[in-house]
Design a protein around this ligand. Structure first.
Ligand SMILES: [Zn+2]
Length: 91
């Protein structure tokens, strides 16, 4: 391993350690479809790490709130009720 490789590895370790157990925005975006299905279809609670990310990240929260309303309307559900169901789980 070259010096720059080991520097990169050390840096990555630092960065990933710093955000634990927080999810990245990319990760939260990747999981949003599945989480949304569980929430609207089965009434399951948001996964803890996902809820924690939305609570701390306004951009992802806005995006997910919009997505919930869109998908709820698309599925013939009450968008306001779906949004309330989400809000109830976020601080
Ligand atoms: Zn985010």
């Amino acid at each position: 391993m070259s010096t720059s490789d080991s520097l990169t590895a050390a840096l990555l370790e630092q960065v990933s350690g710093r955000f634990e157990p927080w999810m990245s925005c990319d990760e939260s975006f990747e999981r949003s479809d599945g989480v949304l299905g569980d929430l609207l279809d089965r009434g399951l609670p948001l996964p803890e790490a996902f809820a924690a990310h939305l609570a701390g990240c306004g951009a992802c929260r806005d995006e997910f709130e919009t997505l919930v309303e869109l998908v709820a309307a698309d599925w013939g559900l009450d968008a306001a009720a779906a949004r309330a169901q989400l809000d109830a789980q976020l601080p």
